[in-house]
Ligand binder design. Sequence first.
Ligand code: ASP
Length: 361
Amino acid sequence: MTKNNFPHLIDLDNYPVSSWDSITNLAIDIKRNPHIYVGACNGKIMGTLFYEPSTRTQMSFQSAMLRLGGGIIGFDNPANSSVAKGESIMDTTKIASSYSDILVMRHPLEGSVKAAALTADCPVINAGDGGHLHPTQTLTDLLTLKAEKGTLSGLTVGFCGDLKNGRTVHSLLKALCCYENNKFVLISTDELKVPTYIKNRISASGKEYTEVRSLEEAIPSLDVLYMTRIQRERFGSEEEYNSQKHIFCLDKKKMNAARKDMIVLHPLPRVDEIAVEVDDDPRALYFKQANYGMYVRMSLVLSVLNENIKTKPLLTGAVMPKVCCHNPKCITNFEQSLPHSFHNHGGVLECEYCDERLLLE
Ligand code: ASP
């Protein structure tokens, strides 16, 4: 089933850190010298399979491919495809990958894009799998930090909002753990804290983090503030969402307490967690960040199609057919044909699709 030789990007960990750096460096060159890259993907086709809404990720990938001279096929409303007839993710992907040179996919289930990559006949890029990961947003964030702060190390980064369901937070935290001397301030309610497996990764990397509830208290110490939306679509009920919305709002008053060189990032879309009055502050970089996203995706597409990236196999754990992942949003609980694969950390099993941990009985 597994075709491990394609440079799939499911989690940024699939690529060595040196590749993250070469992708962001190439993006800087593309931004400076766009004329050199016109036509670099002539004759290539990108398939975009968006099972969930998207503005920036989808359009920036499409714009990236068009600027490189390639073509685009795909859907952004699965109701208009054979998904509506009950086709599995694996079958849809297998067919779409046979029409494409690279596939970009977003899906609400965790681990779904990895599952799709297992049967794909071309490289697959994860454009967001439920509340789990969003590696191309992280490449965007790394490029923004590199270009605007001049470094990816020695930063105190505050993450504020829905740290439980925010896939961009999970991917970026994991990535920043790979650079020296970063510290994290995790600002959320008790209900929306960062998942334990991410905190374990931070600790294992030797980085410090603190968990706090107040943005006002945290803001003076930060080099970077990464604001996030409360992810309404991931909540079990409207009541639960209502109890969490409108809690954090970055406004001018709070910006006054921040350092003069602190920058504000946000993967967007914003709902009400950043007041519009902040947009004119030169430290508010979220719209610029979205623009960097297009250049980093041009760079990623070029690097993947030119096979300039070393990659790791998709599944490296032990297959345990009788063990089921406990995460109700994990793809393995929906697609029957998938091998149930786990890493064993001293009796604690970690699902290779969604990172959920369970005790071995
Ligand atoms: N656009 C980002 C994502 O797809 C952030 C968000 O939706 O809040 O995860």
